[in-house]
Design a protein around this ligand. Structure first.
Ligand code: FES
Length: 129
């Protein structure tokens, strides 16, 4: 009985310590503003993301440039309309879906907010990382 009480007391004392050492602070979201209009190609490449203007019915959207295989920076191949990783040639659609591996997971999609002026014209795109 005494041993069980000691074990429970030890667990109760260790629990707050274990919670403390496993505590991580979430990174603050970063907002990157891309001025409008986008180039005629319809996309804009930043260090961390690719922003696409989207079609008439499609809203602007952005995908991460970090490959889901081993983390290389992907590039958009305009002529093939495909995103490709230079390291092991994983290919993704512009929406981030995997077309061919070795990557198995889609590229992360990022939130895009459109800023408009008083006339309703698009002034800028804000991508949240
Ligand atoms: S790191 Fe992109 S395919 Fe391997």
């Amino acid at each position: 009985m005494l041993q069980w009480s000691g074990a429970i007391l030890t667990a109760l004392c260790l629990y707050p310590f274990l919670r403390f050492i496993s505590f991580t602070v979430k990174a603050k979201p970063r907002h990157v503003t891309v001025p409008a209009p986008l180039p005629l190609s319809g996309y804009h490449a930043e260090r961390d993301f690719l922003l696409f203007a989207g079609t008439n019915k499609q809203k602007p959207f952005a995908v991460s440039r970090t490959c889901t295989h081993l983390g290389c920076r992907v590039s958009y191949l305009e002529d093939k309309e495909i995103i490709e990783c230079p390291c092991h040639q994983s290919r993704f659609r512009t929406t981030g879906e995997v077309v061919s591996g070795p990557a198995k997971r889609n590229l992360s999609t990022l939130e895009v907010t459109v800023q408009k002026d008083t006339n309703g014209r698009v002034r800028a795109y804000v991508v949240t990382l």
